[in-house]
Design a protein. Structure first.
Ligand code: PBG
Length: 334
């Protein structure tokens, strides 16, 4: 009996670049990408972040340049983090109408308006991190109770005030990242009460306590000693992540997010399958640092690894992806 060969030949669809392009199920678009940007008070020059090669703490002027560049590249959004000159126990700078994050938001909105006039296309959506850790002298994401634990309900009041101040400064999206129970509901109520019914909430819903946030702590000069395990989730749990996403959806989240992306692709897929709102994923600082470090050593193909890592996040179900490579990827995509 002669060998006739396999009946099914999946390799047929991989024969040429044009065939592979034709049948690709997942594609990256610049418009799906959001670039996180750091703006620091009281500096005259941008400060490089050593554990995130290529990323900097911006001055207000270079923040405007970065937003403009994002707009020219067609990037979908910018997520702003502020680093204040002075910190205190309540994170007062986070709710100061003239605090660094609020100034950054106004600057970003002006840059977006300018780049839209220049290009005739939509610029990036301006988003704000709504969390206290950059503003507190102890580095936790909330205010502390007398026993030193993070006080959930007292923190909610701070988040509500913060979201309103951010909206007033021009945030189109506020992004509560502190993992306090009930944060989406109180922020929605506060925004609506202040007349900001059109400001969206991107909820960090399934956010894990992760070693991969390490470089971010340098990026925001974090004062934290200890960890965030009483509010961020244990990496052992997926069901809990779905519950968090369901609660945020019920509380009115406009977008739900899973983070870190690369170590939570299973959770991302499950959240995407049950969510009726767009799903975001955050490729965090440590994911960025790992690929940059390996590439700098010549151990990995940088561009290939960057694109594959982001494509995998999209394939797992993310509609939008926060990534520090957003501008570079947008340029590659042309
Ligand atoms: C909290 C916040 C963090 C990140 C985004 N928002 C730090 C943390 O939870 O410890 C991490 C992002 C990254 O690592 O890239 N404001």
């Amino acid at each position: 009996m002669s060998l006739t060969g396999p009946v099914h030949r999946p390799r047929r669809l991989r024969t040429t670049p044009r065939m592979r392009r034709l049948v690709a199920e997942t594609r990256l678009h610049a418009a799906d990408l959001v670039v996180p940007l750091f703006v620091k008070e009281g500096i005259d020059e941008p400060v490089p972040i050593s554990s995130m090669p290529g990323q900097v703490q911006h001055t207000e002027a270079t923040l405007a340049d970065a937003v403009t560049a994002a707009g020219r590249a067609g990037v979908g959004g910018v997520m702003l983090f502020g680093i204040p000159a002075v910190r205190d126990a309540e994170g007062s700078a986070g709710t100061d109408p003239d605090g660094i994050l609020q100034r950054g938001l106004r600057t970003a909105r002006e840059a977006v308006a300018a780049v839209e006039r220049e290009t005739g296309r939509p610029g990036p959506v301006v988003m704000a991190d709504t969390c206290l850790d950059e503003f507190t002298d102890h580095g936790h994401c909330g205010v502390l109770a007398a026993d030193g634990t993070v006080d959930n309900d007292a923190t909610l009041e701070r988040y509500a005030a913060m979201a309103v101040v951010q909206a007033r400064a021009g945030a189109e999206v506020v992004a509560p990242s502190g993992m306090m129970d009930g944060q989406v509901a109180v922020i929605r109520e506060a925004l609506d009460g202040a007349g900001f019914t059109d400001v969206s909430i991107l909820a960090y819903s399934a956010k894990y306590a992760s070693a991969f946030y390490g470089p971010f702590r340098e990026a925001v000069d974090s004062a934290l000693s200890g960890d965030r395990r009483t509010y961020q989730m244990d990496a052992a749990n997926s069901r809990e992540g779905l519950r968090e996403a369901d609660l945020d959806l019920a509380e009115g989240a406009d977008v739900v997010m899973v983070k870190p992306a690369g170590t939570s692709l299973d959770v991302l897929r499950d959240v995407a399958d049950r969510s009726d709102v767009p799903v975001a994923a955050y490729q965090v600082s440590g994911e960025y640092a790992m690929i940059e470090a390996a590439a700098a050593n010549g151990w990995i193909d940088r561009r290939g690894a960057v694109l594959e890592s982001v494509l995998a996040i999209k394939r797992a179900g993310a509609d939008l992806i926060l990534t520090y490579w957003a501008l570079e990827i947008a340029d590659w995509l042309g």
